[in-house]
Design a binder for this molecule. Sequence first.
Ligand SMILES: Cc1cc2nc3c(=O)[nH]c(=O)nc-3n(C[C@H](O)[C@H](O)[C@H](O)COP(=O)(O)O)c2cc1C
Length: 302
Amino acid sequence: MEDFTDTVFRRVVAQSGRPDLWFTEFLRVDVATWAGETPSRLRFEATERPIIAQVWGRNADEFEPACTAIERLGFDGIDINMGCAVRKILRTGAGAALIGNEPLASGIIAAARRGTSLPISVKTRLADDWAGTSRWCRFLFDQGIAALTVHARRVADTFSGHADWRRIAQIVRIQHAAGTRCAVIGNGDVRNRAHALRLAEHTGVDGVMVGRGAVQNPAFFARLSEVSPASRAERIANLISHARVYRTTWGNRRKVRVFRKYVGSHIHGYPGWRSDTKRLYGAESYEEFFAVAETISREAMT
Ligand SMILES: Cc1cc2nc3c(=O)[nH]c(=O)nc-3n(C[C@H](O)[C@H](O)[C@H](O)COP(=O)(O)O)c2cc1C
């Protein structure tokens, strides 16, 4: 997820339990071939493998060199975003604007394949109507992709309403009928393990993708039997340790104002968390932030 699930956050999540597979934040496809430092969105450590790099774009020619460059970085696969409904992406003709544009989508997938021998997958959304969705998914299953992730909302829904898991079940049936070897990954509104199991049971998907559930609760992947709700002191300690690695990794490029979006991820929910959040948001530098967090930590232990 853009601006959230960077290499640091992924490692924070993995401390309590990790998914089988990570996907990076999406990257504009041409950025992968820029000379110089590895784009920050493509940074990862070996412990994060298997990891898939996600790219977005609409110019098929850019996908071949980008996929070659991504393979060289050691990724395990490349995911093409054909589902993002954010206006600035749609306006470029990429993301969910590709839904139904079969000539362009097949050109992009073919170009990606020319650039790499890694598995290629696609993430998409529902089309405006069921006829469009089933046509689009049938088309994608014909492209020889390794996996299709479906966020079960239409473009017009953006993030409102509920993800329609019934559509995911129908798409799984289309995949079975197509007889190709493409894994179907369901996505949308999975907030805890029980939701993930329910989605898998109701739809027959091969996998479940978790987005906001992990951002709201970095311990999402902990095994249920092993977790008791973390105390205020433990959560502040997790926040401090996350902030330390974040600052070491990103330095001045990402100041505390950028980091503080993670405050809620760690401390949301305990009595008084709102007032602690307000105090932490008042910090204008990492020094101030650590000082406030250490004070809260001492209060939590008395
Ligand atoms: C802040 C934010 C950033 C996101 N960034 C990406 C992205 O980079 N690539 C992508 O495929 N989806 C992205 N998404 C969509 C999520 O991956 C996911 O499809 C959607 O949030 C529904 O799943 P969830 O309910 O588990 O969050 C983003 C969503 C949010 C809220």
